[in-house]
Design a binder for this molecule. Structure first.
Ligand SMILES: Nc1nc2c(ncn2[C@@H]2O[C@H](COP(=O)(O)OP(=O)(O)OP(=O)(O)O)[C@@H](O)[C@H]2O)c(=O)[nH]1
Ligand SMILES: [Mg+2]
Length: 182
């Protein structure tokens, strides 16, 4: 199944994929060019039987840098993962615009919402206590967006390997259940 990640530059899309597919983490920020496609096979249960499901992860350059060929990236994607940075409230603002594009090009798509870098929250709010309220409101907005999209929200850290597997597994399990009911 094809999964496409969308989010602002530097929110941690590539880091989620790296952690999930290769179990590595890179501190050095290398902005992604074009699109990187990775895959990982997970085993999920369907009708009580284990079945392998290959997740093909599309990690495109951020649309804020290069206009995305949404038609090509979203075509046949079952799920779009919307990604926002827990430490930057403005990183959630573009997500409704991405949703509009997804609904335009691939109205059948399901969603996941990932909030990244939760390991860095304490350091950021200690340095700037005023930011704490804005960050809470940011996560509340993301939670509301996830609810509106009938999606789950995962509070992740690619650095510490928190909820990264859970994010992609929940997408795989959702897809397997759906196919089982077809
Ligand atoms: N502390 C911390 N830093 C992270 C985490 N995930 C990513 N980063 C850092 O955030 C920066 C950007 O991460 P990327 O994964 O390259 O972000 P991206 O969304 O792919 O960025 P673009 O490709 O430019 O759109 C890098 O320096 C990462 O090391 C995390 O869970 N915790
Ligand atoms: Mg990237």
């Amino acid at each position: 199944m094809k999964i496409c990640l969308l989010g602002d530059p530097g929110v941690g899309k590539t880091s989620l994929v790296r952690r999930f597919a290769y179990n590595t983490f890179e501190r050095h920020y290398i902005p992604s060019p074009g699109v990187t496609v990775s895959s990982k096979t997970v085993v999920v249960a369907r009708d009580g039987r284990p079945i392998p499901l290959t997740l093909v992860l599309w990690d495109p350059v951020s649309a804020q840098k290069t206009p995305l060929p949404y038609a090509a990236f979203l075509d046949s994607a079952q799920t779009v993962v919307l990604v926002a940075d827990a430490t930057r409230p403005q990183s959630g603002l573009s997500l409704p615009g991405y949703v509009e594009q997804v609904q335009r090009w691939n109205p059948q798509a399901k969603y996941g919402v990932a909030v990244t870098k939760i390991d860095a929250l304490a350091a950021v709010t200690n340095a700037d206590p005023q930011l704490a309220t804005a960050l809470e409101a940011h996560v509340q907005r993301l939670r509301a967006l996830a609810n509106a999209l009938q999606s789950t929200l995962h509070m992740t850290s690619a650095l510490l390997d928190v909820e990264v597997n859970a994010l992609f597994r929940s997408i795989a399990v959702g897809s397997a259940l759906e196919r089982a009911s077809e």
